[in-house]
Ligand binder design. Structure first.
Ligand code: 5GP
Ligand code: MN
Length: 340
């Protein structure tokens, strides 16, 4: 948490009406969208003008969230995003550790003289005017809740805000399944429920598939490459496969986790050609003490968390898979000795 001086400073800054922009990372997930929506609705209940500016669009399964439709999508109007950021006197950056994770918005963030506030749980955070970073936290949404309590804003939290924050907590913890879950996570969830959110309704929305997601499971499962000696699975989908099933953003979210459901597997990788840009997007997931973010950082221009990270490659899909498989021997010992 921010220290008491910083909390006091932040209170002082927010005691006057401000023009606030809140930014999630590129390809925002449930935690990025939930935390930005939750915080924005709290700040709006005060005296502030608040706009969420996302670098690009977000998955359809998150569009049910309260005020999701008010999120400004930079990709569809880059000039508008630039103007919003230029006009801001406060910029919140949520669920990412450095401006480059907000893609082309980084340039405008860096050029801005606004007060900058980072709230995030990824490793290696950049320092800003206010940096609330905690890599032990399972979700930025939990951190936003802790900030809300520390600032005594909890009386402002209604059912909608609670729903946004709860959604980010369950999407980033695999519905309270991951080792990152703490007593404080469950306490936060309970408090959000007391503020009116109904978890079963959120789960029902999140579990509702597009037809294309269900259909894409077939080529995804077919693509399985199993490396038992490295306790690793590799999956891949080409652009053609994605488009032929009518791919929509978010359709393959979470697929990579299926690899870890196989007995003895501790490292799962999913490589998919981007449907819009000429690159391969890579998702890494691991179990126990095997740090998949190291592989993402070292070889695939990425990063993230110990057990969930991502990266990208500008080589072809087949070459990227080969590169990955070829570097498995380097990690053989670590993979073999991973305890879950
Ligand atoms: P996903 O596999 O869901 O896309 O990403 C998993 C985790 O890795 C997320 O926490 C995300 O923030 C992080 N991540 C994904 N892609 C990148 C990337 O290109 N760079 C960095 N630094 N982190 C990433
Ligand atoms: Mn997150």
């Amino acid at each position: 948490m921010l220290d008491s001086n910083q909390l006091f400073e932040l209170k002082k800054i927010l005691s006057q009406p401000r023009n606030i922009v809140i930014i999630p990372h590129k390809n925002p997930d449930g935690d990025a969208i939930g935390s930005t929506l939750g915080l924005s609705q709290v700040l709006k209940k005060m005296i502030h003008q608040v706009q969420i500016v996302s670098p690009n669009d977000f998955p359809k399964f998150l569009k049910f969230l309260p005020e999701a439709k008010k999120i400004f999508i930079g990709d569809y109007n880059p000039k508008g995003a630039e103007i919003a950021i230029k006009k801001a006197d406060i910029i919140f950056m949520l669920d990412f550790n450095e401006p480059s994770r907000a893609d082309y918005l980084a340039e405008h963030i860096n050029a801005s003289s606004a007060v900058k506030i980072l709230i995030d749980h990824h490793q290696f955070p950049q320092e800003f005017d206010f940096t609330y970073s905690d890599t032990q936290m399972p979700a930025t949404c939990e951190m936003v809740w802790h900030l809300i309590e520390a600032m005594s804003w909890d009386n402002l939290v209604d059912e909608n805000i609670a729903t946004c924050l709860y959604t980010g907590i369950i999407t980033d913890t695999g519905n309270f399944k991951f080792p990152s879950v703490k007593p404080s996570t469950l306490e936060t969830a309970a408090k959000l429920m007391k503020h009116g959110t109904e978890p079963h309704k959120i789960l029902d929305r999140l579990d509702t598939f597009t037809v294309s997601r269900l259909k894409l499971l077939s080529p995804f499962v077919e693509s399985l490459q199993l490396y038992p000696e490295y306790r690793t699975t590799v999956f891949k989908l080409s652009r053609e496969q994605l488009l032929s099933e009518g791919y929509q953003k978010g359709d393959t979210e979470g697929f990579v986790n299926y690899g870890l459901a196989i007995e003895n597997i501790v490292f799962s990788v999913f490589m998919a050609e981007d449907t819009q840009q000429d690159l391969v997007k890579i998702s890494f997931r691991s179990k126990g003490d095997f740090d998949c973010s190291e592989v993402a950082r070292k070889y695939f221009n990425g990063g993230g968390h110990k057990n969930a990270s991502g990266g990208k490659s500008h080589d072809s899909l087949e070459d990227t898979v080969k590169e990955f498989v070829n570097l498995l021997p380097e990690y053989a010992e670590k993979l073999e000795n991973t305890t879950v």
